[in-house]
Ligand binder design. Structure first.
Ligand code: NAP
Length: 501
């Protein structure tokens, strides 16, 4: 084992003993080889609990990305020759290894993100669930026979792999975000070049270490690691290299729009899983206790730990309640979440997250919002322990929390009078990822679900993501769906073959 892999990669002591230390490495994975940056450059990854450097990772340049894309292209030609059954056998093997390393993967998540370990297990298991689902989908990538208008023809369609898929993932729920995207692309028969977020590269590296143990053609999965400055060149190469046929991105709307526009210059296919400002609506006829416990279980206000590092883009960012239920809701929020229960706070993923949450909160307060709960850093615990914040008044269209996604623990509580009013308010958002509402009225369930302009609606539930369910947004929240059969089909081209008799 090289000196760049294993426990010697760790630059700080952590209270966890890795079972398979070979999962830790500081290098990129290109064409089946572990490679330092050609320039020798590295970038630091911080432990959000104390902002200390946890390790230093290869900071690659455009050259290594080009090599990775070339390796992926060679691998994809070989890999697409395998039968679907063989692809499934390989995926099953990779999944088995990931399951076996569940403890280590969860520990890495906690180290990189500051997540409480229970939350880290949740994201690892969530990621595994996608691989298990895709395993079933591989052999269901059916084509069709189409009745031809000309009697002398026969028409069939096949679903073919696209070739090289470039993937870019964010820091949040890193294992799940990577497996949901990379797992689908590989299941569909493609080779992948992945750029993980600079906050969470080790999750990607560990996943690739396990991938390497399986008999995939070399270069089927490549990991190119880099910091925010390197991202620009990495992204540019991914968007403009002709061998890349599909760019799959999960992250903010602004970066997604930019990458999508670059890819459009070559008519590359894109998948865009972007930001959202999810409304959470509680009607007067709702079961308030259920609504509150669902909010408490959301990533904004986790019932056990305020697991604020684990913010999903489906996180509720504004809660609206009809006036009659508002007092009740506020009472529950105060006593249920902040009253008797002792909270264990987790840090936000980095000081970047703290700055954004703080800026949005201060901006809202300067424009009339009032803090009813939280809104400060618990410095005795660490620099990134931001206490979840509930504001009243707003969000109004002048506030940054309205026009931008906070993606942090700041929530507005907004009263409303009528169903029409709240639907109008929710639909004013430019984003359209997820929305949630609570009611016990069956007609309202359908009426409001159909009226809300989001890709996903949670009715009487605060959880709208699962491996079997199409995940994705409309409007500025993205293009395409991940998970489910659609998530795999997205990485195929339909080829039609017409045979003349
Ligand atoms: P981000 O700033 O957009 O970054 C996402 C990824 O893109 C990171 O790896 C980032 O690396 C990279 N990146 C940025 N500029 C790039 C460029 N020019 N070329 C190539 N890569 C580039 O988002 P984030 O703060 O990491 O993640 C939070 C966002 O993700 C939120 O907006 C959230 O809603 C969204 N999200 C959406 C979903 C969904 O399924 N819809 C799921 C999870 C998260 P660098 O940091 O190095 O630039």
């Amino acid at each position: 084992m090289s000196s760049m892999s294993g426990l010697n990669v760790l630059l700080k002591r952590i209270p966890y003993k890795f079972k398979t230390p070979f999962l830790l490495d500081s290098r990129a994975f290109i064409g089946g080889r572990w490679t330092p940056a050609a320039s020798g450059a590295t970038f630091p990854v911080y432990d959000p609990e104390d902002n200390q450097v946890a390790y230093k990772i290869a900071n690659v340049s455009r050259v290594e990305v080009k090599t990775a894309i070339g390796a992926a292209q060679t691998a994809s030609r070989q890999y697409k020759q395998l039968t679907h059954r063989n692809r499934k056998i390989l995926l099953r093997e990779w999944t088995k290894l990931i399951k076996r390393s569940r403890d280590d993967l969860a520990a890495i998540c906690t180290l990189e993100l500051g997540k409480p370990i229970t939350e880290s297990y949740t994201t690892v298991d969530y990621g595994i669930s996608f691989l298990e689902w895709f395993e079933g989908e591989i052999e269901r990538l059916y084509g069709e026979t189409i009745p031809a208008a000309r009697g002398s023809n026969r028409i069939m369609t096949y679903r073919e792999p696209q070739g090289v898929v470039a993937a870019v993932t964010p820091w949040n729920s890193p294992v799940a975000m990577i497996l949901r995207k990379v797992g689908a692309a590989i299941s569909a028969g493609n080779a992948v070049v992945l750029k993980p977020a600079p906050e969470t590269p080790m999750c990607a590296i560990a996943i690739a270490k396990l991938f390497e143990q399986v008999d995939y053609p070399e270069g089927t999965l490549n990991i190119v690691t880099g910091d925010a400055a390197a991202s620009v060149d990495i992204g540019d190469e991914m968007c403009h290299n002709p061998a890349v046929r599909h760019l799959s991105f999960t992250g903010s709307t602004s970066v997604g729009k930019f990458l999508n526009a670059e890819c459009a210059k070559h008519l590359k296919k894109t998948s865009m899983e972007l930001g959202g400002n999810a409304p959470f609506i509680v009607f007067e006829d709702a079961n308030i206790q259920k609504a509150v416990s669902s909010l408490a279980n959301s990533d904004l206000l986790d019932k056990h730990a305020c697991a604020l590092t684990a913010l999903l883009s489906t996180i509720p960012s504004s809660t609206s309640s009809q006036r009659d239920s508002r007092k009740q809701l506020m009472a529950f929020l105060n006593t249920g979440l902040y009253g008797t229960r002792m909270l264990i706070l987790a840090p936000l993923y980095s000081s970047r997250g703290v700055e954004k949450a703080k800026a949005h909160q201060e901006d809202a307060v300067s424009k009339g919002a009032k803090i009813i709960s939280g809104g400060f850093i618990k410095e005795d615990l660490g620099p990134n322990f931001y206490v979840p914040t509930i504001l009243t008044g707003g969000p109004s269209q002048e506030m940054r929390s309205w026009t931008q996604e906070t993606f942090g623990p700041v929530m507005h509580l907004t009263p409303f009078e009528t169903e029409e009013e709240v639907i109008k308010l929710a639909n004013t958002e430019e984003s359209g990822l997820a929305s949630y509402f609570y009611t016990e009225d069956i007609s309202r369930v359908w009426r409001v679900s159909e009226a809300l302009e989001t890709g996903m609606v949670g009715v009487r539930t605060g959880l709208v993501s699962a491996c079997e369910q199409p995940f994705g947004g409309i409007k500025e929240s993205g293009i395409g769906r991940e998970g489910s059969k659609f998530g795999v089909e997205d990485y195929t081209n339909i080829k039609s073959i017409t045979v003349g008799l």
